[in-house]
Write a protein that binds this ligand. Sequence first.
Ligand code: AMP
Length: 466
Amino acid sequence: MESTAAVTFESFGLRSEVLEALKSLGYEEPTPIQRETIPALKDGRDVLGQAATGTGKTAAFALPILERIAVKDRRPFEAQALVLVPTRELAMQVAEALQKYGAGVGVVAVPVYGGQEIFQQIKPLKRGADVVIATPGRALDHIARKSLLLKNVKMVVLDEADEMLDMGFEEDLQSILNELPSERQTALFSATLAPRIAKIAERHLKDPVRVTIAAKSVAAGTLPNIRQSAYVVKRGQKEAALMRVLEWETPSSAIIFCRTRKEVEELTHVLMKAGYEPAALHGGLTQEQRDAVLRKFKDGRLRVLVATDVAARGLHVENLSHVINFDLPTSPEVYVHRIGRTGRAGKDGVALSFIDPREQRLLGNVERLLKKKVALAQVPTRAQLDEKRVETVAEQVRVVAETPRAQAFGALVAKVGLPVEQVAAAAMMLLQDKLFPAHEGDDITAAPQREEKGRRRDDRERQAPR
Ligand code: AMP
């Protein structure tokens, strides 16, 4: 599905410092959840959002928070916005995101969570935190000690509310919500809108705007010629995993999709260093640059294109062998649109996706839309690749050995002045090095796993509620 409405971050009327930050991060356009949530929160409405990790929900609430706070009003212990999260890990991530988007605003975002010495957290709170990101138990501790004062809180966000309930934080949440000023704004995000969530929403949200990124269903049997698989790999290992997969698959032509312009640039650079000749396609290119890249790609002079969705809009290439999602897109429809570029006109295509373990729910959304499972695959091991290399080199040697030209080289072997086997070994080494880019010592440990219901929270860092 191609969206034509040009909703931009600028159209939300965000602070110029924030727009600058988004630009330097390479965000080209808001994700679906951001498109709906940001204007509603900016208008002062409460929001009830159904969104999984990977949809861009952090920015969906972080950007409106940055609009609501005034750093000049910073006072010791008084927060202007409060974000409640289930885990320490998420608290740190949200705090980092706020600092990142709000660097130009000068926002101070402080994470507080169970498991860390409470006195260590009091110091930054005393210095003044515009936004406090807290696990519920620890938030209550600070409230009780008066090291967190809520009277100036203008916005509260419950992030991953279903997880917080699963972890037994319901009472804590109710207590915190009851303590907050009643004229505050509230946003609740949850991957599922189970009845327990609906109950909290009914009690604590005022006439909320409901945001569900409803997946329109795709006819079963769509995209039949496309082999789809996914690799579950931690963020930091994705590049190494991609290199192995590219070597294994040897695509004749591939588009690799990234979420941001910055990622496109970084990945293009990595691929270049690895000996590929990729081109980057993103919204920062001039029309001329873009046309030049596309021409080269279409006539086969370029085999690998690294692109954002925005830049690839309207791009149709004959005979595209692979679509690679370096990140899953933030909505399932975009996945279908991306991979539909391969497997055209009855030809076979391949769609491969790299998924951070935290974002497996996004894959679930894709599968619901497609009404079929996407197979989880193992990244090829170094040993498998080495074996394949040897076979490829051997095959090439076998093919050319019979040609008259190769036979004419026979006289040269004697001139080297070394035993024939040694010459052959050296020549094969040279051929292998030429055929395959040097690989650095990569270390990929993540094994494919499907997230099981109820298991997720055990995988994550838990802390005692208090
Ligand atoms: P989240 O769902 O909040 O965990 O975000 C998932 C990822 O998407 C994060 O790495 C963000 O940096 C990235 N992201 C969020 N919004 C956008 C956007 N509008 N364009 C590109 N990337 C984004």
